[in-house]
Design a protein around this ligand. Structure first.
Ligand code: BG6
Length: 484
């Protein structure tokens, strides 16, 4: 495809990765469909000994282009695979990174001498690595591979640290090497269609503007469910647990967009300023507002210690102390090995005063945004029961993206965020101060869990999680709908 306007195409991308680690990398290859393939290069760097062809074969399995698609008479897939090369080397070897630099440079010279060249080049390093080696690899990149003819940007994946002090240390180390506008802390939830829609939906609709506050909203739930367990990632997962893996980053980012005040503009810094403000208003988490659980069978994974207290499920009630949200609980829930795979935001409104139709009995108004599967937004509301009777029943106003936007391909989150990186747009990336406040919120709770002061209950695989979680949501005011 042609690159979209304003996307500076890439001349070189270095993927420094741990082979076999991250499923996200498949999107990387797809997004480069937006770049001018013939003037881009993807250079893999990892420890395994591989030939260019070995890597191309691995990548081929992830490509989504139609097998027989042609461009200028040539197969799109093979054109794309041809821009991929590989350099093998350790993370701590100057020689290895010099070889990487030489591979990048050789490719760039060809480009800079080309007839279309504007004499500048762009370098994007994507670190799909354990965070423990970020400082080392970043130092190697900084010493050996910085671009002298254009920008250098580095994408890092979470987890950014394990708690406030380790995150601060990581930020400090990376901050000595790269400026904030060179560093892209990716949180792929910020690239999801419905998450990106939150700001537009909230601030471009008169419907919502006057209702979005403590006077009308009873509670907000932000829920992530997966119907599979840690699946071979037990060793990694056990060090982190569901709060660090999902809640402190993905769901907290969603909360920011649900709860923040209107930014003065759509400028990335204005938006991120508001996100930081709302995070600063989140109150310390009390033990009574927390339920943690571990699914039965989690410890069967040989890489998980027998005495592990690492939660695979957590419900945490967050309270925001500001004029808009005082008294409204934000119920944040995430779990693995549950009964379904779903991520949604559920805003539940207060009861109707003077309820002549007994509608409060059937269920409250709710506005639900489903992030996945099948993006949708729907409103649950009371209507007259169709037919001769006069009475209320619960129904929905439903905007299902698949039906409404049949001709639109909704991009994968990574696809969009990688394109943003190429364009230099940091709106959907986590700023350093944002990260710090996010850790400030969760670190005391995490330490209480890590030292066993709060214990996991167990729950059967394929269930809704520990029953205490539903009880907690109801205790803080969530009313389950009967009529839906
Ligand atoms: C990752 C977590 O960040 O997000 C995984 O590390 C989780 O544990 C994944 O499975 C979920 O992403 P998505 O987009 O499938 O909801």
């Amino acid at each position: 495809q042609d690159r979209p306007q304003s996307a500076g195409f890439l001349n070189s991308v270095s993927l420094v990765w741990k082979l076999g680690s991250s499923g996200s990398r498949q999107f990387f290859f797809r997004v480069l469909g937006f770049a001018k393939v013939h003037s881009s290069a993807i250079i893999g760097y990892a420890r395994s000994q591989l030939s260019n062809d070995d890597l191309r074969k691995r990548v081929a399995g992830y490509l989504k282009a139609e097998k027989n698609a042609l461009q200028d008479g040539k197969s799109v897939t093979s054109k794309f695979l041809n821009i991929i090369t590989y350099v093998s080397g350790p993370y701590d070897s100057k020689v290895g990174f010099e070889q990487l630099e030489s591979a990048i440079h050789t490719r760039e010279i060809v480009e800079m001498e080309g007839p279309d060249s504007d004499q500048s080049t762009r370098r994007l390093f994507y670190l799909a690595l354990p965070p423990s080696v970020y400082p080392l690899v970043c130092k190697m990149i900084h010493e050996n591979c910085m671009n002298k003819h254009g920008w250098t940007r580095v994408i890092v994946e979470k987890p950014f640290g394990k708690d406030l002090s380790s995150a601060e240390e990581l930020s400090r180390q990376l901050g000595e090497l790269f400026t904030e506008d060179q560093l892209y802390r990716i949180d792929h939830y910020l690239g999801k269609e419905i998450v990106q829609n939150l700001l537009v939906m909230r601030f471009a609709n008169r419907f919502f503007v006057p209702l979005w506050n403590r006077d009308n909203i009873a509670n907000v739930q932000i829920v992530f469910r997966e119907n599979f367990g840690t699946e071979g990632r037990g060793g990694y997962f056990d060090e982190y647990g569901i709060i660090r893996d999902i809640i402190q980053n993905h769901l907290l980012q969603v909360l920011c967009l649900v709860a923040m005040e209107k930014p003065v503009s759509v400028n990335p810094e204005d938006i991120r300023d508001e996100k930081v403000k709302v995070l600063k208003a989140v109150q310390p988490i009390k033990d009574e507002d927390v339920v943690i659980g571990q699914y039965e069978g989690y410890k069967d994974d040989p890489t998980v210690p027998d005495d592990s207290n690492t939660p695979t499920f957590a419900t945490v009630v967050l309270r925001i102390n500001n004029e808009r949200w005082d008294g409204v609980p934000f119920i944040i829930k995430a779990g693995k090995a549950l009964d379904s795979r779903k991520a949604e935001i559920r805003v539940q409104f207060k009861d109707v005063p003077g309820d002549i139709f007994k509608c409060n009995k059937q269920g409250r108004n709710e506005f639900v945004m489903r992030l996945q599967p099948s993006e949708a937004m729907y409103m649950k509301l009371t209507v007259k029961k169709p037919g001769l009777e006069m009475g209320g029943t619960q129904s929905e106003l439903d905007l299902s993206y698949r039906e409404r936007y049949q001709d639109v391909v909704i991009p994968e989150a990574y696809e969009r965020l990688l394109l943003d990186t190429i364009r230099g747009d940091q709106q959907h990336f986590v700023r350093r101060d944002e990260l710090k406040v996010a850790w400030e919120i969760f670190t005391p709770l995490l330490h209480r869990i890590d030292c066993g002061k709060i214990k996991c209950s167990t729950y059967p695989q394929g269930s809704r999680g520990p029953p205490e979680s539903d009880a907690l949501a109801q205790r803080v005011g969530y009313k389950r709908t009967i009529g839906y």
